[in-house]
Design a protein around this ligand. Structure first.
Ligand code: NPQ
Ligand code: MG
Length: 378
């Protein structure tokens, strides 16, 4: 895909930002009322690139957290990429950081920034570079665990009125079958799914057999975050497709999970698999095996949201993603807001690179700390 141009990274900057959420987001691993993440900015000759890391304050969803991402980027990842000379293709980022084991969220943020800069230098959009075919993508919405079913239903009705095409309910032990059944009874025809964020074990199979009666589109990551084999065992007992999220760390995991029957659907998150280019390989593996995929979400600001929406334009992405509008999470996004069209779709950014940049005022007001990584001195 390289069209022959290269960029040289002159400097890089890390920035931690905080944005208040419109409502607290509760999952089986905790509740957040603020989005906090690390941004990477790289400067090349005459282009700037931005990347966003999907790690959170604590390592609950995955093994990384904001401070670990910051440290791995400043100490190992940025120097490894910048000191090795011009970047003639964005694949170089993964190649030059492959010696660092793990830290996929941090690697993904750096790749995003370099890719953004490289694409801008070549005046190409991310969606077209990845092989995107859609100009608009269908969107779903993820609903946090609420204090009551009434509150949950009120929230869901609001999303349906806006046009969202699929509703995902977060579940946790004690707030699962009964809640989902009530929501299903109230909304018999709505495409509904659940996400357990790895909160159960195979001993809970009877609970999933009860959920199996509710006509769900999928059950996302019911079991261990690093498990495949128990998911395969559970899938044999269910008609509802299992969708894996946390368990898929790279394209090889995707191939293994599909082959052993651990899932029938995959949630792709570029941050979880170490970058957008690996995310495309997960997509390709699934597409070759006729397994549907969709693009997940990590409450990204407009920077990461733009790349999720670009990924969603790929031809194998056949289900609505958690690519919700900016207003579902933020009063004021870091970029121009992403909006949901009345038909429940979102426009894929078509401008160069990721297609968006932070709004200077919001960026300034949201910043908690910055660090310049002066790569000239390496
Ligand atoms: C999921 N996302 O699919 C994740 C989980 C999640 C939209 O359901 C801060 C950073 C808070 C990342 C909360 C959705 C988060 C987060 C939930 C990811 O499993
Ligand atoms: Mg999930």
């Amino acid at each position: 895909m390289s069209d022959g141009h290269s960029i040289t990274i002159r400097s890089a900057e890390l920035r931690e930002v905080a944005l208040p959420l419109v409502r607290p987001f509760r999952t089986s691993f905790g509740e957040d009322s603020e989005k906090r993440c690390v941004l990477v900015r790289v400067e090349a000759e005459d282009v700037t690139g931005w990347g966003e890391c999907v790690a959170d304050v604590e390592p609950r969803y995955g093994e990384e957290w904001n401070a670990s991402a910051w440290e791995s980027l400043a100490t190992f990842l940025i120097p490894s990429v910048a000191a090795a000379g011009p970047v003639d293709t964005p694949e170089r980022v993964a190649e030059r950081t492959a010696w660092v084991r793990g830290h996929r969220m941090a690697k993904a943020a750096l790749e995003m920034a370099v890719l953004d800069a490289w694409l801008r230098a070549g005046d190409a959009s991310l969606a077209s570079h990845l092989g995107g075919v859609a100009e608009r993508v269908p969107c779903g919405v993820s609903v946090g665990i609420a204090p009551s079913v009434e509150a949950m239903l009120e929230e869901i009705h609001g999303y349906l009125a806006k046009g969202y095409r699929r509703v995902k309910l977060k579940i946790e032990p004690g707030r699962d079958v009964a809640v989902v059944r009530e929501v299903r009874d109230a909304l018999p025809d709505v495409p509904l799914s659940v996400d357990a964020n790895a909160a159960y074990t195979l001993a809970d199979a009877p609970l999933f057999e009860a959920l199996d009666e509710l006509g769900l589109v999928m059950i996302e990551q019911p079991l261990g975050h690093d498990d495949l084999i128990d998911h395969a065992r559970l899938q044999t007992r269910l008609r509802t497709p299992i969708c894996l999220d946390e368990s898929i760390r790279h394209a090889h995991d995707a191939a293994a999970a599909i082959q052993m029957g651990a899932c029938r659907i995959i949630n792709i998150k570029p941050g979880r698999v170490g970058g957008l280019l690996e995310a495309r390989r997960v997509h390709d593996v699934a597409q070759e095996r006729d397994v549907p995929v969709w693009i997940g979400g990590m409450l990204e600001t407009g920077i990461g949201r733009a790349t999720n929406v670009a990924m969603a334009a790929l031809p194998g992405v056949t289900m609505p993603g958690d690519t919700s509008a900016s207003e579902r999470y933020f009063h004021r996004d870091l970029t121009e807001p992403f909006v949901l069209e009345a038909d429940g779709t979102m426009r894929v950014p078509a401008g160069p690179g990721i297609g968006v940049t932070p709004l200077p005022g919001v960026l300034e007001e949201s910043t908690l700390r910055t660090q310049v990584v002066d790569v000239e001195k390496l």
